[in-house]
Design a protein around this ligand. Structure first.
Ligand code: MSP
Length: 656
């Protein structure tokens, strides 16, 4: 029989900055869904990628002094870049698209032309507001307090010749799609879209720009580049081969079963994207699911707020599976949730270390201790005592499936943990250590208790696989489950493990975390990472403002020789210099360079000073002039170097 197909996507990420834990959220959720569908026997296509064009990237590349292509290559393919991150997080995407890939570029040109040729794209003049960080155009009426309604930042005036897409033409159809079908979920997002965007009147959308070049050129009108959202949204079909020969899966996988997207980009996915597909005459995706944001202290995570949580640091400290698990266990997928390291540690300690970890280690070690690792076939089932646990396990797969089909990851995990909780109680109720005191009488009963626990662990581990793939595989290994005892079908059945199963003791899967210690280490790691991310060397930009020559000549720079140099009492910064400035009278200058020089190393040196500054008092002592240093920043720290001149220059020589 042909397998059912399932096509799922994440948004493609802007490689404008390194990704933070908020970005990781959607990809982990998509991965869990893709793995779940594979587990149930579907043929899955899981697509992710990067959205590499637009003014923001062009600007960032300019700032970094590289080409836009070099800039995005660094963030996508570079060390600890996006590809590295998905590998680390054990993301099982089947395809990765970059919007700079040749096949995508030429497909976009075809898509744009097709919409133009069928009359949905026309030339006009764009007058409005543009939010650079969001790459979004807004009309005056859409702004909130004059700022971008998505991110709250300043917008710029924009006016230029541009192509427009007839979005208004599709308003009724889109409204029907949103209101009368299950196209967009959760339902609360539908009201948001209809009330905020459709009811006020859908305006045609500006879909080309001429004021920058880092985009896909409109091939029939040089100078225009395609609006980055038209380029980006189309990735979902070009990555399957639409408009190109690189892939051949369009017929097989389109329409997508679901696009997972963050709530702020629901507008693009539920209004613009369906309208584009209607214009192209292509089927619409079956569903768009707008998930919530991970917040930090109630606000949005962003690099510019300086409160980014680095997924590399978290995964390295707590483990990839623990992090994946936390994200989907703690926050309902459709709503916002407050991220905190304390909550992360708490979830690991309670669910993973205490409940799952303990159940596994207690069960496997008791099977080892009482039966040498292999259970005897002679087992005594006790209906009354075992019934509740067995029934819960037998029903678990269906309950879990019901939640997974609704993308309710948190609820699906709750179902599993109810069973794990019950199994831990079952150990206490049956007190295996008491049974073990009389193995002749109780051996068969004890074996059955152990078997029931192993079966419970087996079903739970199978269903946990989408969330914590590596750890779930380890659980299955430790309880001696073969491949056939680890599939979806077997997760719906009881008594699949052979009665005389052999367990394999392994590592403690989820050791308890000492919260105080971990939080301190985390802070130190974040600080070190922040420092490492600083540019090696920073030079102050040159001043734009000009000084006239006469003003410059008023500054009297002279060579001076250091006769004496002493630290200044109670000051960590200052050194006191006694200098020969060629006048025959000693000159005293105080200079804030104690951090970089030992006083004795400077005696006898020829330096440069400006000598006609008005005298200043520093730490109660007079300073007559200033020694000249070169200043730069190294790894975020200021560095000063005195200008040390050739000793053959006499004291008092004028610098010009
Ligand atoms: N490039 C667009 C998507 C184009 S899809 C055709 C984009 N990229 S993004 O890198 O800015 O964001 C990617 C995804 O990360 C979005 O769905 C966004 O909602 C999500 N998140 C970014 N920060 C987030 C949180 N703090 N929490 C949860 N998801 C967040 O948008």
């Amino acid at each position: 029989m042909e397998k059912k197909r399932f096509y799922i996507t994440t948004p493609i990420y802007y490689p404008s900055d390194k990704l933070h834990i908020g970005h990781t959220y959607c990809t982990v959720a998509t991965d869990a869904m893709a793995r779940y569908k594979r587990l149930t026997g579907c043929e899955v296509m899981f697509l992710t990628g990067t959205d590499e064009h637009g003014q923001k990237i062009e600007d960032k590349a300019r700032e970094a002094g590289v080409t836009p292509q070099q800039f995005v290559d660094g963030i996508v393919r570079g060390d600890r870049g996006i590809l590295d991150l998905w590998k680390l997080m054990n993301i099982s995407n089947d395809r990765f698209i970059r919007t700079t890939d040749d096949y995508h570029v030429s497909a976009i040109q075809k898509i744009f032309k097709k919409m133009h040729d069928n009359g949905d794209i026309y030339k006009g003049k764009y007058v409005g507001k543009y939010c650079k960080p969001c790459e979004s155009f807004w009309t005056e009426s859409q702004l909130v307090d004059g700022k971008c309604p998505d991110c709250g930042r300043e917008v710029q005036d924009a006016e230029e010749e541009a192509y427009f897409f007839k979005l208004s033409k599709y308003a009724d159809k889109i409204q029907h799609l949103l209101e009368d079908t299950d196209f967009l979920e959760p339902r609360s997002r539908v009201n948001e879209m209809v009330n905020n965007f459709i009811k006020p009147g859908l305006e045609d959308l500006c879909v080309s720009r001429t004021s920058f070049t880092w985009g896909i050129p409109v091939d029939f009108d040089p100078g225009h580049v395609v609006y980055v959202w038209v380029d980006a949204l189309s990735n979902y079909i070009t990555a399957l081969g639409y408009g190109n020969d690189r892939y051949d899966d369009y017929e097989k996988f389109w329409p997508a079963d679901v696009h997972f997207v963050g709530k702020e980009i629901v507008r693009f996915h539920s209004i613009i994207w369906p309208a584009m597909l209607m214009s192209l005459g292509e089927p619409l995706p079956k569903k768009v699911f707008g998930h919530g944001w991970l917040l930090l202290d109630g606000g949005k995570m962003s690099k510019s707020k300086g409160n980014v949580v680095d997924p590399y640091i978290l995964a390295e400290m707590f483990g990839v599976d623990a992090l994946r698990f936390f994200l989907l266990r703690t926050f309902p997928f459709g709503s916002d949730g407050n991220f905190s390291n304390e909550a992360l540690i708490q979830t690991i300690n309670v669910d993973l270390a205490n409940d799952l970890g303990n159940l596994l280690s207690r069960t496997v070690s008791m099977a080892g201790k009482y039966f040498g690792g292999q259970l005897p076939e002679n087992q005594r089932f006790h209906g009354e005592m075992d019934g509740e646990l067995v029934t819960m396990v037998k029903e678990l797969r269906d309950r879990y499936e019901e939640q997974m089909e609704k993308f309710a990851f948190q609820n699906a995990l709750s179902e599993i943990f109810k069973v794990i909780d019950r199994a831990n109680k079952y150990i206490d109720e049956n007190a295996p250590w008491v049974l073990a005191r009389d193995m002749d009488a109780n051996g068969p009963r004890l074996a059955c208790v152990m078997y029931n626990l192993l079966e419970t662990l087996r079903v739970c581990a199978i269903l946990l696989t989408p969330f914590i793939p590596a750890s779930a595989a380890e659980v299955l290994k430790q309880i001696g489950a073969c491949e056939a005892c680890s599939d979806w079908e077997s997760a719906g059945q009881w008594a699949v493990l052979p009665k005389d199963v052999t367990v394999v003791r392994g590592d403690n899967l989820f050791p308890r975390i000492d919260a105080d210690k971990a939080l301190t280490e985390l802070e130190a790691a974040a600080e070190a990472a922040k420092k490492a991310a600083l540019p090696d060397l920073e030079i102050e930009p040159q001043l734009e403002e000009k000084v006239d020559f006469d003003t410059f000549c008023k500054s009297d720079f002279r060579a001076v020789k250091v006769k004496d140099c002493q630290p200044v009492k109670k000051s960590e910064k200052l050194l006191k210099f006694t200098l020969d400035d060629g006048t025959g009278t000693d000159r005293q200058i105080l200079s804030g360079i104690a951090k970089w020089y030992k006083p004795e190393d400077l005696i006898g040196k020829t330096l440069m000073a400006i000598v006609n500054l008005p005298p200043r008092k520093m730490m109660g002592q007079e300073s007559n002039g200033m020694l000249i240093s070169a200043v730069h920043t190294e790894k975020g720290e200021e560095a000063l170097n005195l200008l040390i001149l050739d000793d053959k220059i006499p004291a008092g020589a004028k610098m010009c």
